[in-house]
Design a protein around this ligand. Structure first.
Ligand code: DGL
Length: 268
């Protein structure tokens, strides 16, 4: 049994939705989370900038003794997965392939929607994986750049006129395209599940990419016989901007609190 930690990172708080699932699935594991709150959002950045940020995030996480890293950021998973995998000896899990597997298992009509950041959609990563594994499925990708800032502002609940208007404006095209499954391709979006579900209707299945990555991490560790067997694992949080700002919203994303420390990510 393996006492090392699982490293997780995101541009900010969104990745905590994946941590929530990791904690639920594997309560014995220790988790080290880094949220790059000083440089969020990543979703509109160029691939070069994303690579530079993602490499620094990985270098910071690699200062800990890790058994796996979960990229709890759709934008980094879609743009930098290959590089991060080839440059790091620790197994690196992205969100794309686990989410594609889940969407393919759920869809009956073969019409699958994808909502994500602009950089994720532009990368074409989801289409490539769908095409390689499930070429018969039709994919409808859509960038929703206003979703992340609204979630980070806490404007994510049903009844909030701002998020409801934005969601209707973005998603009506996907609803009209008749998708029966919608991949929430950004780890911030599970906080919008109710609002998005309200626009898409009850017959559209939503895929939470962070939850699918958490499941993939569990499968990988089980296959390697690398799960921990301690009674209760811990979660430690690191952020590149002020810890109090992180703490304020963390409970919303995570449903629990833990120690938060600020790090100077420019040193990595
Ligand atoms: N939560 C991240 C994602 O999954 C990124 C949001 C952002 O930083 O733009 O894409």
């Amino acid at each position: 049994m393996n006492p090392q930690s699982i490293g997780v990172f995101d541009s900010g708080l969104g990745g905590l939705t994946a941590v929530r699932q990791l904690r639920r699935l594997m309560p014995s594991e220790n988790i080290i989370y880094f949220g790059d709150t000083a440089r969020v959002p990543y979703g509109n950045r160029s691939r070069d900038t994303l690579l530079q940020y993602a490499r620094q995030d990985m270098r910071f996480l690699n200062t800990f003794d890790l058994k796996a890293v979960v990229i709890a950021c759709g934008t980094v998973s879609t743009n930098c997965l290959e590089e991060l995998r080839s440059e790091n000896p620790v197994p690196v899990i992205g969100v794309v392939e686990p989410a594609v597997e889940r969407a393919a298992a759920l869809t009956k009509s073969g019409r699958v929607g994808l909502v994500a950041t602009r950089a994720s959609v532009t990368s074409g990563a989801y289409e490539r994986v769908f095409h390689r594994l499930y070429p018969a499925l039709e994919i409808f990708p859509l960038a929703c750049p206003l979703f992340v800032p609204l979630v980070e502002e806490g404007r994510c609940r049903p009844g909030d006129i701002v998020i409801e208007t934005v969601a209707e404006e973005y998603l009506s095209a996907l609803r009209d395209a008749g998708v029966d499954t919608l991949v929430l391709g950004c780890t911030h979006y599970p906080l919008l599940s109710e609002v998005i579900g309200g626009v898409m209707g009850p017959d559209v299945a939503l895929v939470d990419v962070g939850a699918e990555a958490a499941r993939a991490c569990q499968d990988l560790l089980a296959a390697r016989d690398a799960l921990a067997d301690r009674r209760e694992g811990s979660a430690r949080f690191y952020t590149s901007d002020r810890a109090v700002n992180f703490q304020r919203l963390a409970a919303l994303f995570l449903g629990e609190e833990g120690p938060v420390e600020q790090v100077d990510i420019s040193r990595y």
